[in-house]
Design a protein around this ligand. Structure first.
Ligand code: GSH
Length: 219
C-alpha cells in the first residue's frame, strides 16, 4: 500500500507544512508529491486534486484506499499512527493542546492577516504596524502563559500537535517582530521549535525558492 502526501509549495503552503511536520515527527514513511499552488498552474493543479479530494486543496494524504483531507485530520491521523505520542496522555493537557490547535486551525482570530506565511521568506520584510505589534503581543502573551503552566519546553510539556500547528505562525511573527525580549519563555520555545530537524528540512527547501509576492503585504 502506498501513502502519499499531496503537499504544497514550500514557501507558500502553511497548511501543508503542518501536515508534513506531523507525519515527519510521528516517524511515518510517506511519499511526497508537491502540488504547485502558484499561479498560473495553481487552478489546473487544484482541479486535479478536486478529482479525488472534496475540498480541492492541499494537503491531502492518500493512504491506500483512504483519502484524508484537511491538515488537522492528517495531523490527528499521524498522531494515531504513532500511538498517540504527539498529544499528551493526560486528558486535560490533551484538551489544552487541542484547543490551541483548533484556535490556529480556525484562523487564529485573524492575527496579523497581512503578515502571510509567504512573507516570512521575503528578503526585504517591512516593519510591523503598531496594530500588528499589539496583535503579536497578544498571541505571545498566550504562549507565555501556556508555557508557564506546563513548564515547557513545549506548549503542553513534550512536543505535541499544538506546537506543530503553530510553526508557520511562529515563523511569520518572529521574522517580523522587532524584539521578543518581553516574552522569554516563548522566545526559548520558538528557538527550540524552529531548530527541530523536521522544521529545518522544510525551511531549507522553502528558502531556496523564489519568493511568492502577495499584493496586500505593503498596502
Ligand atoms: N483547512 C484546510 C486549508 C487548506 C488550504 O487552504 N490549502 C491551500 C494551500 S495552503 C489551498 O490548497 N488552497 C486552495 C485554494 O485556495 O483554492 C487544511 O487545513 O488543510
Amino acid at each position: 500500500m502506498t501513502r502519499t502526501l499531496y503537499s504544497g509549495t514550500k514557501n507558500a503552503s502553511s497548511w501543508a507544512f503542518r501536515a508534513w511536520l506531523a507525519l515527519k515527527e510521528a516517524g511515518i514513511p510517506f511519499d511526497e508529491l508537491v502540488v504547485d499552488i502558484r499561479r498560473p498552474q495553481r487552478f489546473a493543479n487544484l482541479a486535479r486534486i478536486a478529482g479525488f479530494s472534496p475540498p480541492g486543496a492541499v494537503p491531502v494524504l492518500v493512504d491506500g484506499d483512504t483519502v484524508i483531507y484537511d491538515s488537522l485530520a492528517i495531523m490527528e491521523y499521524a498522531n494515531d499512527l504513532c500511538g498517540g505520542n504527539l498529544l499528551p496522555k493526560d486528558v486535560k493537557a490533551r484538551a489544552r493542546a487541542r484547543s490551541l490547535a483548533a484556535w490556529q486551525h480556525a484562523g487564529l482570530s485573524g492575527i496579523c492577516s497581512r503578515i502571510s506565511f509567504e512573507s516570512s521568506f521575503y528578503p526585504d520584510r517591512r516593519p510591523m504596524t503598531d496594530g500588528e505589534i499589539s496583535e503579536s503581543n497578544r498571541i505571545f502573551s498566550v504562549w507565555e502563559q501556556v508555557l508557564s503552566q506546563s513548564n515547557g519546553p513545549y506548549l503542553v510539556g513534550d512536543l505535541s500537535l499544538a506546537d506543530l500547528c503553530f510553526v508557520p505562525t511562529v515563523l511569520r511573527l518572529t521574522s517580523h517582530m522587532p524584539s521578543l525580549e518581553m516574552w522569554p519563555q516563548s522566545q526559548r520555545w520558538a528557538k527550540v521549535l524552529l531548530r527541530r530537524p523536521s522544521v529545518q528540512e522544510w525551511l531549507a527547501e522553502a528558502s531556496a525558492l523564489p519568493p511568492v509576492a502577495l499584493d496586500d503585504y505593503r498596502e
